[in-house]
Design a protein around this ligand. Structure first.
Ligand SMILES: Cc1ncc(COP(=O)(O)O)c(C=O)c1O
Length: 417
């Protein structure tokens, strides 16, 4: 195992931190080496949250072939590539229908609209997610309402049950399979068994995950996927898809994504321009074949982290029992909010990039004006995640030595707690 690096002299540390600051976005493509070794001038590769340059070496032949195929076809919008990708995606996810759209947020907005969300209808969701989850509700005309999350960071299903019982006007649920974990799908199904509420599952971070034997996205009326480049199945740009078992929802979604056209120049709905490009579909079809191997690698890294992380002040939140997670992210929690920057700096000095998912709870965002939403329970656990969570690198192109280095560095952190 690689030893965690001793504190380096200041000039080299500064070099490292500057390099990390430049590559600090979660979608960083900056995989340069930095001066970090014990000997002056020793170069070590930075460990990034996403290593797109390594990924490119793996996928470039398939991507180049996809570009060539689409270019030569002379057909660039809503053609055979999108149709074939939708078919392959439906088979992979176990959904009856898949509809390719421009991004994950649109997939959720279109799902809500295709499921006939009425203006002002409360949509129960989580305060801990990408803002896009709630923005989709706002854009579809719904009223976001929030309850707390559980110890895994997923919407608290006990509180969901209480709210559905207390407030009959809440007829839509938008749970998020956060971090690549699956929410208990048996409980979700049970919660809406009386047919009063519609579930739209946000599977942006969870493609390929299962609850026991049930695929994620199968408990609701529809589900949204994102192919943003950092996602487990990432495009070379934006992309998304809606999954559904309902033919009418699939038909409306296909109409909504294309200006609301049911056929050429016949507009039945006030739709969007939210088409998945032929080019992205062709690239995604190639990457979908690799997804099972990528997911296995993520699972192996997560198992390695779980077995070996043992810092005094760092907790690994448990995965829900029954969830076959796909580990889009690997969140850990520090004991005290004041320790998070220290751990993140400690890892940055060793050339390890981290991120926070998510530092600001959705109901605290300015884009959600007072009076336009409801918080129905104290957000105690969600605030703990917002204040104490740090995501460690987890992606298929980390090698064993990278993972060892992260473990050694976390375990070697002296937080003085
Ligand atoms: C949980 C979640 N929902 C929705 C989205 C939105 O996806 P996209 O960026 O493709 O619009 C994302 C992506 O950031 C996400 O992580």
């Amino acid at each position: 195992m690689l030893a965690c690096l001793p504190t380096a002299p200041l000039p080299r540390r500064r070099h490292c931190l500057i390099a990390l600051a430049r590559g600090a976005r979660a979608d960083s493509t900056d995989a340069e080496a930095i001066d970090l070794g014990p000997d002056p001038g020793e170069r070590r590769r930075m460990i990034l949250l996403n290593d797109f340059k390594r990924q490119w070496q793996d996928v470039r032949t398939a991507v180049s072939a996809a570009v060539e195929r689409v270019g030569a076809s002379g057909w660039y919008i809503l053609g055979r590539e999108v149709e074939e990708f939708e078919r392959a995606l439906a088979a992979f996810t176990g959904a009856r229908h898949a509809v390719g759209v421009a991004n994950g947020m649109d997939a959720l907005e279109i799902a809500l609209r295709a499921c006939k969300l009425e203006p002002g209808t409360p949509v129960l969701t989580t305060p801990l997610s990408a803002y896009a989850t709630t923005l989709a509700i706002q854009r579809a005309g719904g009223r976001p309402v929030f309850v707390d999350v559980d110890a895994s960071g997923l919407i608290d299903l006990d509180q969901v049950k209480e709210v559905l019982h207390e407030r009959h006007e809440v007829r839509f649920l938008l749970p998020v399979h956060l971090y690549g974990h699956t929410i208990d799908l048996d409980r979700l199904r049970e919660l809406v068994r009386d047919g009063r509420a519609t579930i739209i599952e946000d599977c942006a971070q969870a493609i390929g995950a299962r609850w026991k034997e049930q695929p994620v996205g199968s408990a609701g009326q529809a589900a949204g996927l994102s192919f943003y480049p950092t996602k487990n199945l990432g495009a070379l740009g934006d992309g998304g898809a809606l999954l559904t078992g309902d033919g009418a929802v699939a038909r409306d979604a296909a109409t909504l994504r294309n200006y609301g056209q049911s056929s050429k120049y016949k507009h039945e709905l006030a739709g969007l321009n939210s088409r998945l490009d032929e080019l992205q579909a062709a690239i995604l079809s190639g990457s979908l074949e690799r997804l099972p191997a990528w997911t296995e690698r993520r699972r192996a890294i997560a198992a390695q982290y779980r077995a070996a992380l043992r810092s005094r002040c760092v907790t690994v939140p448990r995965s829900p029992e029954g969830s076959h997670s796909v580990f889009h992210l690997f969140p850990v929690l520090v004991d005290e909010p004041t320790q998070r920057d220290d751990l993140s700096r400690h890892l940055a000095e060793a050339g390890i990039q981290t991120a926070i998912h998510y530092p600001i709870l959705i109901p605290q965002q300015k884009a959600l004006p007072p009076g336009s939403f409801d918080v129905l329970r104290p957000l105690v656990m969600a605030q703990r995640f917002a204040s104490c969570e740090l995501s460690l690198p987890i992606h298929p192109y980390l090698d064993a030595a990278d993972v060892d280095r992260v473990i050694e560095c976390v375990n070697g952190w002296d937080p003085r707690c």
